[in-house]
Design a binder for this molecule. Structure first.
Ligand code: BGC
Length: 259
């Protein structure tokens, strides 16, 4: 059995690097047309588009998801290019600068919430207008193991990801009568530019690997393949839940001894 997303119109936010790029390439591999959203580094978005064009079809769209006007314009561009959307992957996000809550800069804190949570909501809202009308579609919100694992110094990020997990459930409830599914895909430590500081230093990498029972970081393509599965009819009965793809990081590995 092969998974085919042939003819499906997908939008992946933040698709010019890291997990977003992995998802965009995997969706294209399965036959979907992919809109590659980005905010900076147009050349990176263009490179993703060129790779996709060899297998399927891509467009690039510059938009800051935390800006509602730019989000509206992005969906208009999708309508104009492909007449709508079938798959939205809300991937764009930042984890922000590490800061303890008592020394937090409120503007920086709010920025994380605006991109990771409000940005995802405004894209979902635009997508759902179209998906509920056509009575089909899938939204995948990329959360994190930090949907459920606390992380000192990253309170805005953990709060945004936990909220995004519940947002998926609520939107899933709203959209279910229209045959539209909404899910969270929660990656663990995937080797991408966002955590380069950690994996490029042997000491911090060792500490990280101790938190992962599979004893390795994940690859963007491993999240991409799961996104393909979730977007496909193989997952037709799956909605309103979070799927953790984390090498068992959420399995409390410290309990492999003692307790
Ligand atoms: C963060 C990464 C981190 C991983 C595991 C992700 O959500 O963006 O920086 O390595 O969680 O802690």
């Amino acid at each position: 059995m092969n998974i085919s997303l042939k003819g499906k119109r997908a939008l992946v936010t933040g698709a010019n690097s890291g997990i977003g790029q992995g998802i965009a390439l995997s969706l294209a591999e399965a036959g979907a047309k992919v809109a590659v959203n980005y905010i900076v580094h147009p050349e990176a978005a263009e490179a993703v588009k060129e790779t996709i064009d060899k297998k399927s079809e891509a467009i690039t769209i510059q938009a800051d998801v935390s800006n509602p006007e730019q989000v509206k314009a992005m969906f208009k561009q999708l309508d104009d290019s492909w007449g709508g959307i079938d798959i939205l992957v809300n991937n764009a996000g930042i984890d922000g600068k590490r800061m303890m809550s008592w020394e937090a800069d409120l503007d920086a804190w709010r920025k994380v919430i605006e991109i990771d949570l409000i940005g995802a909501f405004s894209c979902a809202s635009e997508a759902l207008k179209r998906m509920t009308a056509q009575k089909s579609g899938v939204i995948i919100n990329i959360t994190s193991v930090h949907e459920v694992i606390a992380w000192s110094g990253y309170s805005a990020y953990t709060a945004a990801k936990a909220a995004l997990g519940m947002l998926s459930k609520t939107l899933a409830q709203e959209a279910a009568p229209y045959g539209v599914r909404v899910l969270s895909l929660a990656p663990g430590a995937i080797q991408t530019p966002i955590n380069q500081d950690v994996w490029s230093n042997p000491d911090t990498l060792k500490d990280l690997l101790e938190k992962i029972p599979l004893n390795r970081m994940g690859k963007a393509e491993e999240i991409g393949k799961m996104a393909v599965l979730l977007a496909s009819d193989f997952a037709s009965y799956l909605t309103g839940t979070s799927v953790f793809v984390d090498g068992a990081m959420t399995d409390y590995p410290d309990f492999s001894h003692g307790g």
